[in-house]
Design a protein around this ligand. Structure first.
Ligand code: NAD
Length: 303
């Protein structure tokens, strides 16, 4: 579908709510503020709320207060279950419904949850769209993320100035839920590529070709990927492992892919193996470690 260009007319939308001010939500809130919006945010963690208040974001203690203050709301939450709780749980968005308000979910979530919540919101006169992101905390804070979007055309048009303040590239892949399908597919690729790159670089090193030389060759050839071109030089080879995306979140995304494959009643053995390896990685690589650490799978003792 279309690749949407960058427009920046904030029009009638003045106040944007952001629910979830973690690694990604914090940067999105600050990018929205820089883009000319007034931002009102909240987070389940008091320490996170206090940190953002110190950065000039109006922070509230409850979802009700955020909804009351804003014209449109952005979610950046860890899991589909938490998105459902924030939207439809006690004291959530539906309980404080504001007819006509658009909810933009940038979390990596399950398309079935997304479609169910969209229907529940529609019943109280509100709209929902999924706009999951890539680009990490750096992309969030610089407003240069990429979004794969599932939305009705009219909702996407309404959200455009808000999305433009947070992202450099937006691809409309279909109706509500389609963004989450595309994001799960994207992360299944990355999760697979990292596992393969970890094995292949060790194989080549043992055969006498160090990783630096190997990747020069690979990246000039047809085996290259984001992982070989970007992840290895930026986070792996220099030992930094500071992408801002955790093992816990990537393990969740790989689980989401298996849930989707299961719901579709498909047998995809390659994806199943990737999921098995990511699941087993919990024995040796902690939840809070950088997700690029998966390249070390098989080289680390169980912790
Ligand atoms: P994070 O854990 O740093 O932030 C999530 C925030 O949500 C936390 O501050 C947490 O306190 C808050 N939260 C949890 N439950 C809540 C609730 N009920 N109400 C309000 N706030 C609540 O995670 P993140 O890295 O910012 O990721 C957010 C989403 O973006 C995830 O779905 C993740 O998969 C996705 N994502 C992350 C990255 C990345 O590089 N970090 C990249 C792309 C997509």
């Amino acid at each position: 579908m279309q690749n949407i260009g960058a427009a920046r007319d904030i029009g009638a939308i003045g106040v944007i709510g952001v629910i979830g001010l973690g690694n990604m939500g914090r940067g999105m809130a600050l990018s929205l503020q820089r883009g000319g919006f007034t931002v009102v945010g909240t987070d389940a963690s008091a320490a996170t709320r206090d940190a953002l208040a110190g950065e000039g974001i109006a922070v509230r203690d409850s979802i009700a207060e955020v909804i009351a203050a804003c014209d449109m709301v952005v979610l950046s939450l860890p899991t589909a279950a938490i998105v459902a709780e924030v939207v439809a749980g006690a004291d959530g968005i539906i309980g404080n419904a504001k007819p006509g308000m658009l909810v933009i979910d940038t979390s990596t979530s399950h398309p079935d949850t997304t479609r169910r919540l969209a229907a529940q919101l529609a019943a109280v006169g509100m709209q929902f769209m999924d706009a999951p992101v890539s680009g990490g905390p750096k992309g969030a804070i610089t407003g240069t993320m990429t979004m794969v979007i599932g939305a009705a055309d009219e909702d996407l048009a309404r959200a455009e100035p808000v999305l433009a303040a947070m992202s450099a590239k937006r691809v409309h892949v279909g109706g509500v839920g389609a963004g989450h399908v595309a994001k799960i597919a994207n992360n299944l690729f990355v999760a697979s590529h990292l596992l393969v790159a970890g094995e292949v670089t060790r194989m080549a090193a043992k055969a006498g070709v160090p990783v630096e030389q190997l990747l020069q060759g690979i990246n000039a050839g047809s085996g290259r990927s984001f992982v070989t071109e970007h992840s290895f030089p930026t986070w792996v080879m220099n030992g930094k492992f500071d992408s801002g995306f955790t093992m816990k979140l990537m393990r969740k995304d790989v689980r989401l892919s298996q849930e989707l494959i299961g719901a579709l009643d498909m047998d995809l053995p390659m994806s199943a193996k990737v999921a098995e390896l990511w699941s087993r990685s919990a024995e040796s690589i902690g939840d809070d470690e950088d997700f690029n650490r998966i390249v070390e799978l098989g080289t680390r003792a169980p912790s």
